[in-house]
Design a binder for this molecule. Structure first.
Ligand code: PGA
Length: 251
């Protein structure tokens, strides 16, 4: 795995199913002009169609990591519609998002597949970013810590404890336009559980309706070393403003 200096904080966005190539290039060009705070690792996860265009502007080894939103666990084969880790790596991705709740809810992503994809990413020197999180019913039932801990355990099955894997706590009830933003106190216990199960080689990011209003509070929760953002970072000004908040809180 390409493992430069270990960052002290992370700020990233997935564009999900948004942006044309022209929009992706414009955003990437703006990111290429930013001077990032020391120790801060920014990352951007375009749709598969734009990975190559974005990585041409933000190449591997540069200050901004480029990722893919998903990839198959096999390297190649008859899997219509899928892309593999070697393919997204060839396009310029060095990070792979795995197990986002939208994929778990709508595309049959199971804990077992998440684990297969973690191993596929690591086989090819791509940094896995595993998303975990409970839904509103599970939280109401008091099973958030247990559920999320088991998602983390399953994702990391068979992975050496020294291997870096990013973990993103993304409570399903907090994600997206219909989500309820979490208060810092809502996430303390689950973050602590993820940090414990994940171990020291596993930075814990928080995601779900992160915005300029709540980012400072969320990044201050003990154990949170980064933010993973959707809508609030889909304009580059949002991303850079959030990056500054993370940099200030983590240094
Ligand atoms: P959101 O998305 O910031 O738009 O809620 C977060 C995510 O899904 O990672």
């Amino acid at each position: 795995m390409s493992d430069p200096a270990v960052p002290s904080a992370w700020i990233g966005t997935s564009w999900k199913m948004t942006k044309t190539l022209a929009q992706a290039r414009e955003y990437a060009q703006a990111l290429a002009r930013v001077s990032w705070a020391e120790g801060l690792q920014p990352f951007v996860i375009p749709p598969a169609t734009a990975i190559s265009a974005v990585a041409d502007i933000l190449p591997p080894g540069g200050p901004v990591l480029v990722g893919a939103q998903d990839a198959h666990w096999e390297d190649a084969g008859a899997w219509t519609g899928e892309v593999s880790v070697p393919q997204v790596k060839d396009a310029g991705a060095r990070l792979l998002e795995i197990g986002h709740s939208e994929r778990r809810a709508h595309f049959g992503e199971t804990d077992e597949r998440v684990n297969l994809k973690v191993h596929a990413a690591l086989r090819h020197g791509v940094l896995p970013l595993v998303c975990v999180g409970e839904d509103a019913e599970q939280r109401a039932a008091g099973s958030a810590v247990e559920l999320v801990s088991s998602q983390v355990r399953a994702a990391l099955d068979g992975v050496a404890s020294s291997t870096q894997v990013l973990l993103a706590y993304e409570p399903v009830w907090a994600i997206g336009a219909g989500g309820t933003p979490a208060a810092p106190e809502d996430i303390v216990d689950v973050v602590a559980a993820i940090a414990e199960v994940g171990g020291p080689a596993r930075p814990v990011l928080y995601g779900g309706s992160v915005s300029l209003d709540n980012a400072a509070g969320l990044i201050s929760v003990p154990g949170v070393t980064g933010l993973f953002v959707g809508r609030s970072a889909w304009e580059v000004e949002g991303f850079t403003a959030l990056a500054e908040i993370v940099a200030q809180r983590s240094t």
